[in-house]
Design a protein around this ligand. Structure first.
Ligand SMILES: [Zn+2]
Length: 179
């Protein structure tokens, strides 16, 4: 079905607005809400509310369906990336004391997708990180990826002062955690 046919179908049913489901994608967004990220619904009630996960419905005119579907695909990709990141991060943690080299590789792959400070803080309590050289390397990986996270396009839309402050705060925090 082409977008034009979809648009005409909605208009024939008297529907001039649609809604795009949006949830803030973070380390703690639940899988159910991630699955809704970017989906387009005809009625707001279709998007289930979930306590703890921020939710937003973005209304748009039916004739902009094509652009919103394209955006929806990007949002779904981002949600899928987050699930992949969690899996990589968990596998890295599981391997930390068993196979540190494999673990470091997985941490780097996970952190290339995104770095969330609360997870990095929790990671610091891992008994395997008593080893100072392993601890330093885990810190280096997250520090480098944290810095590149701020260089990426989506952060460029934030006001510059907020961006650099957030980045600096994270750099300092990661350094003190893995010192
Ligand atoms: Zn949820």
């Amino acid at each position: 079905m082409t977008d034009l046919v979809r648009i005409l179908g909605h208009l024939l049913r008297g529907q001039t607005s649609l809604w795009q489901c949006y949830t803030s994608v973070t380390w703690r967004t639940c899988k159910e809400c991630l699955a809704w990220h970017g989906r387009i619904v005809a009625h707001p009630a279709e998007f289930p509310a979930h306590e703890g996960c921020p939710r937003e419905l973005r209304r748009f005119p039916v004739w902009r369906l094509r652009a919103y579907r394209r955006m929806g695909r990007r949002m779904a990709d981002r949600a899928a990336d987050e699930l992949r990141r969690r899996d990589l991060f968990q596998r890295a943690r599981d391997l930390l004391s068993v196979d540190p080299e494999a673990s470091l590789k997985l941490f780097d792959q996970a952190a290339a997708i995104d770095v969330y400070l609360p997870e990095v803080e929790a990671l610091r309590d891992d008994p395997a990180l008593i080893d100072p050289s392993l601890r330093a390397r885990v810190g280096e990986i997250h520090l480098a990826r944290w810095k590149s996270k701020f260089a990426r396009e989506r952060y460029e839309r934030q006001p510059e002062i907020a961006r650099t402050e957030q980045e600096r705060w994270g750099v300092q925090r990661i350094k003190e955690l893995f010192a």
